[in-house]
Design a protein around this ligand. Structure first.
Ligand SMILES: Cc1cc2nc3c(=O)[nH]c(=O)nc-3n(C[C@H](O)[C@H](O)[C@H](O)COP(=O)(O)OP(=O)(O)OC[C@H]3O[C@@H](n4cnc5c(N)ncnc54)[C@H](O)[C@@H]3O)c2cc1C
Length: 445
């Protein structure tokens, strides 16, 4: 069989570290690369890491006229941000989990709602060609779900354009009569997260930010009232340092940060481009799809007419592209029996790491840590990165520019190690996802 997708060593898939070329998102033409830091510089703020969080922070600091240097170990978007599934989800799954935030919860939710279109807004404002499309989202279920009805009522009250839909509307949206209940969010959609992250960085550079690639930070030390951030070939002296390194894996400066989250490898894949006629069958409205309640096989149709989806691999089997693509195809065949005779080929398969602040999916919210005096970390974005990364980068930039951290919508916390960080992975890969696959196959929920 012809294989068009790239392969790598199993250990690289397991570590979420296959090269970014494996991801389905980088375009054919090469984007700008950023050279390494080769001297000693100064700045108001040093940002470490150029994923969705660091790129947005850099852009919004530059927009506010702050002097900012961003140091990225590889190139922008080479971490989780260039490897995700492209869903732009503009609502939150569970607000109850925010109760412990007290007064901050309502401020955070109001901010999230106000800026829910940030992906589309930033693309428009900065001319970012991120293949962002506001095609809406559907959470589709096999049978009525009281929790979905409550969710629709709650978010409608917030001003969202969302409705409970049943079989006829779902057939029009999704082209299948297998689903009988769901929510149609006429907001959100999809984005190419790699292009979007690159686009934010390019916009920041146009506004005066200095961005260096291939510049892993190896040390961060106090020098008077400032911090010296070092790479192998240079350094930056700054009043403020913001660490945006996701799970902080492998970093020896402030190593306590790598114990603040539950890491989990996720795999994603894209089909070869499909004919428009076939897409009109499997997703006529081109909405971003999620299956409720299992959350399995979230998928989007991207600008290259490919289906892009993600899942969690079996323990030790993250490299097994054929198995997960097979699951996805069988899921499609169950929903669209007419696709059984159509050739749908795998075009790209890759993995990436998520870093979650909670082992309970709905309670997993990003964190802003005060690591030391003048050193912050904005990280542990879990599976919320496409909207929350840009939002929180913007909020933190606003707070830093006004020299008032209380203006950031995230509470400022001290890094705390989580208990049994590997337990989450064991639970998810051994139990929850395999059980969800059985539930889906038998249409039990
Ligand atoms: C398979 C998969 C599917 C997903 N699907 C979705 C989805 O559909 N929708 C959604 O909203 N979210 C999704 N997510 C989650 C989302 O991708 C993440 O929440 C988001 O990318 C995190 O962004 P970040 O900027 O915090 O981290 P990253 O993008 O990982 O960026 C961190 C950066 O820090 C750099 N770095 C690390 N150490 C150093 C150092 N010492 N010096 C300099 N730089 C350093 C890394 O190279 C990296 O570029 C998914 C994630 C995965 C893995």
């Amino acid at each position: 069989m012809r294989r068009s997708y790239l392969t790598a060593a199993p250990a690289d898939y397991e570590a979420g570290a296959v090269s970014i070329e494996h991801s389905g998102w980088p375009p054919q033409e090469r984007l700008a690369t950023y050279g390494p830091l080769c001297d000693d510089a100064q700045a108001d703020v040093v940002v470490i890491g150029a994923g969705l969080a660091g790129a947005s922070l850099t852009l919004h600091l530059a927009e506010r006229g702050m002097s900012v240097v961003t140091l990225e170990a590889r190139q922008p978007g080479n971490g989780a941000s260039g490897r995700n599934a492209g869903h732009v989800q503009t609502f939150l799954d569970d607000l109850d989990a925010l109760r412990s935030w007290g007064d901050r919860a309502s401020r955070f939710v109001a901010f999230f709602i106000e800026h829910r279109d940030i992906v589309f807004d930033l693309c428009k404002r900065h001319g970012i060609d991120g293949d962002a499309a506001k095609t809406g989202m559907v959470e589709a279920a096999y049978r009525p779900q009281a929790a979905l009805a409550r969710k629709a009522a709650q978010w409608k009250a917030f001003g969202y354009d969302v409705d409970v839909v049943t079989t006829p509307a779902l057939r029009d949206l999704l082209g299948t009569e297998k689903y009988h209940y769901g929510l149609h969010w006429r907001e959100g959609g999809h984005v190419n997260p790699f292009l979007f992250t690159h686009g934010m960085v390019a916009a920041a550079v146009r506004l005066g930010a200095r961005v260096y690639g291939d510049s892993p930070v190896i040390a961060c030390q106090p020098e008077g009232r400032r911090w010296r951030v070092r790479t192998e070939t240079g350094s930056v002296l700054a009043q403020r340092v913001v660490i945006c390194t996701n799970g902080h894996v492998g970093n020896t400066f402030f190593p306590e940060l790598s114990r603040t989250n539950f890491p989990l490898v996720a795999c994603a894949m894209a089909t070869e481009p499909l004919p428009a006629a076939l897409l009109d069958v499997v997703n006529p409205a081109r909405v971003a799809m999620t299956h409720y309640p299992t959350g399995l096989y979230p998928w989007v149709v991207d600008g290259r007419n490919r289906l892009v989806t993600a899942t969690i691999p079996h323990p030790g089997r993250a490299h097994d592209a054929k198995t997960y693509f097979g699951y996805f195809l069988r899921h499609l065949h169950r929903l669209y029996p007419q696709t059984r005779d159509v050739k749908i080929e795998l075009g790209a398969y890759w993995t990436g790491m998520t870093a979650s602040s909670s082992s309970v999916y709905h309670a997993d919210f990003p964190k802003l840590y005060e690591v030391d005096d003048g050193v912050l970390a904005l990280m542990n974005l879990g599976t919320w990165g496409n909207v929350m990364g840009p939002q929180l980068g913007m909020s933190l930039a606003h707070a830093l520019a006004s020299d008032c951290l209380d203006k950031c919508v995230l509470p400022l916390e001290t890094p705390q190690p989580v208990s049994f960080p590997r337990l989450f992975e064991l639970k998810t890969r051994h139990l929850m996802i395999p059980a969800a696959r059985i539930i889906d196959r038998l249409q039990l929920a």
